[in-house]
Design a protein around this ligand. Structure first.
Ligand SMILES: Cc1cc2nc3c(=O)[nH]c(=O)nc-3n(C[C@H](O)[C@H](O)[C@H](O)COP(=O)(O)OP(=O)(O)OC[C@H]3O[C@@H](n4cnc5c(N)ncnc54)[C@H](O)[C@@H]3O)c2cc1C
Length: 382
C-alpha cells in the first residue's frame, strides 16, 4: 500500500521499483559484504534522474517535488538501505543546500554536475565533539583577504571520499550566540588541505561511503560561501527538515521490503505439517508490522505533501522520521523472527535490512532529538 495517488507519482514509483529490482537488488548483498561504494551504478542513477531529483530542469535536474524524492528513496530502500542513504543525502543535503541557499553562479556550477553524477555531494555538519548539539561545532572559517581559511574536522560524512564537493558548516563569528555565528561553504575535492582522513566501518549501510573529513588551512574564495554570513545554521535546520522526510522514506522502504520477505517466507516455510503463515502468532506479527508501516507511510507523505504545498512541515517531518524509523526497526525485527534461524544468516536479506535500518533512528537527528523538536513545536504553538 502506498499513499501517493497522483498518476505521475505512480509512474515514478513503478520505474524506480523496476530499476531497483533489476540493477540494485541482485548486487546489494555483495556490495554490503565488500563494504564498497558501487561507483559503477552512478551513471545509471543519473540516467534515471535520481541524482537531480529536486534540481530544476534548467540546471539539468528532474525538477520533481518532495513527494517524488520520498518515493525514490523508499523504493530503493526496499532492496538496499546503503544506496537509499546515498540518494537521500546527495539530493537532500549537499545539493539541497546549494539549491536552497546557493548563488546563481553556484547553482550553475554545481547542480548540473551533481545531476549528471559527475560530482556526488557531501554535506558536513557533524564533528567528533558535536552531533545532536550541532551548533556546538568547532570548525572555523576566518577571513583571509577576499576569501576564507577553513580549519577543523568533520565526522560521519556520507559521500565523504566519493563526493566531488562538500558543503561544510563552519564558525565564522565566535562572539555571538552559537547558532548565529555559523556559515556554509562549498569545497571541492582536490582543494589543498581538504581530505577524507578516515573511512569508517559500520554496522549497516556498509556500501554507502562514510568518512571523517579534515580541513587543514583550506583556502576558499568568498564566491564559495553558500548563503549569508553567519546564517548557515538557520539554513541547516531547513535542510534537515526536508532531509528527515527522506530518512522516514528510507525507513519505510526497508520495513516494507522486510515485510514482503516475511510474508513470502511464512507461506513457504512448513513446521508441524503446515505453513507457519497459518499460525496466529505469525499472522499477528505480520498484521502489527503492516499497520505500523502504513501509519508511518501516512505520516511521511503528509510531511512531503505539506512541503510541496509550501506549508510549514518541520514538526511533521520530525514526527514522520521518529515514527517511521522506530516502526521500521520493529517490523524488520519481527520479519527476522519469522525467518527463524535462517533470518540470522546472511543467506536472507532480512538481517541486512535490520542493520541498515538502525541508522534511521540516528542520522539527521536521533529519535531523542526528534522528540525534542516535536515537543518544542507544540510548546511554541501553545
Ligand atoms: C552512517 C552515518 C551517516 C551520517 N551522515 C552524515 C552526513 O552526511 N553529514 C553529517 O553532518 N552528519 C552525518 N551523520 C551524523 C549524524 O547525524 C549524527 O551521528 C547524529 O546526529 C547523532 O550525533 P552523535 O553521533 O554525535 O551522537 P550524540 O549527539 O553524542 O548523542 C549520543 C546519544 O545521546 C542522546 N542525546 C544527545 N543529546 C540529548 C538531549 N539533549 N536529550 C536527550 N538525549 C540526547 C542522543 O539521542 C544519542 O542517543 C551520519 C551518521 C552516521 C552514523
Amino acid at each position: 500500500m502506498d499513499f501517493t495517488h497522483a498518476e505521475h507519482h505512480e509512474l515514478l514509483r513503478k520505474s524506480v521499483r523496476d530499476f531497483a529490482r533489476v540493477e540494485v537488488a541482485p548486487h546489494a548483498r555483495k556490495w554490503d559484504e565488500e563494504e564498497r561504494f558501487p561507483k559503477e551504478l552512478v551513471p545509471k542513477l543519473a540516467a534515471l534522474g535520481l541524482l537531480g531529483i529536486r534540481i530544476p530542469e534548467e540546471y539539468g535536474g528532474s525538477g520533481m517535488d518532495t513527494t517524488s524524492y520520498a518515493i525514490c528513496v523508499e523504493e530503493i530502500a526496499k532492496v538496499d538501505g546503503s544506496l537509499a542513504l546515498t540518494v537521500a543525502s546527495h539530493n537532500g543535503l549537499g545539493t539541497g543546500h546549494i539549491l536552497g541557499f546557493g548563488s546563481e553562479a553556484q547553482k550553475k556550477k554545481y547542480l548540473p554536475k551533481a545531476a549528471r553524477g559527475e560530482w556526488l555531494a557531501a554535506w558536513a555538519l557533524t564533528e567528533p565533539g558535536s552531533g545532536s548539539d550541532a551548533a556546538g561545532l568547532r570548525t572555523t572559517a576566518r577571513r583571509d583577504g577576499d576569501g576564507w581559511v577553513i580549519d577543523g574536522t568533520k565526522m560521519f560524512i556520507t559521500q565523504g571520499s566519493v563526493g566531488g564537493f562538500c558543503v561544510v558548516l563552519a564558525r565564522t563569528n565566535p562572539a555571538v550566540a552559537k547558532q548565529r555565528g555559523i556559515t556554509a561553504f562549498v569545497v571541492e575535492h582536490g582543494t589543498k588541505g581538504f581530505s577524507a582522513s578516515k573511512h569508517l566501518e559500520k554496522l549497516g549501510c556498509r556500501s554507502s561511503d562514510t568518512c571523517e573529513l579534515t580541513f587543514d588551512e583550506v583556502r576558499v574564495g568568498d564566491e564559495q560561501r553558500v548563503g549569508d554570513i553567519d546564517c548557515g545554521f538557520t539554513d541547516t535546520m531547513k535542510i534537515l527538515d526536508r532531509g528527515r522526510i527522506s530518512i522516514a522514506a528510507m525507513a519505510l522502504g526497508l520495513g516494507y521490503g522486510a515485510l514482503d520477505m516475511a510474508v513470502t517466507y511464512a507461506k513457504d516455510r512448513k513446521q508441524f505439517g503446515k505453513a507457519i503463515a497459518e499460525f496466529q502468532a505469525i499472522q499477528w506479527m505480520l498484521a502489527d508490522s503492516k499497520t505500523e508501516l502504513d501509519a508511518a507511510s501516512l505520516l511521511t507523505y503528509r510531511a512531503a505533501w505539506l512541503a510541496d504545498e509550501g506549508r510549514r512541515y518541520g514538526q511533521e517531518a520530525s514526527m514522520a522520521k521518529l515514527f517511521a524509523s522506530e516502526a521500521s526497526s520493529r517490523a524488520i525485527n519481527r520479519a527476522l523472527q519469522i525467518h527463524g534461524g535462517y533470518g540470522y544468516t546472511r543467506e536472507f536479506a532480512v538481517e541486512r535490512h535490520l542493520r541498515d535500518a538502525k541508522i534511521c533512528e540516528i542520522g539527521e537527528g536521533t529519535s531523542e532529538v526528534q522528540r525534542m523538536v516535536i515537543a518544542k513545536g507544540m510548546l511554541h504553538d501553545a
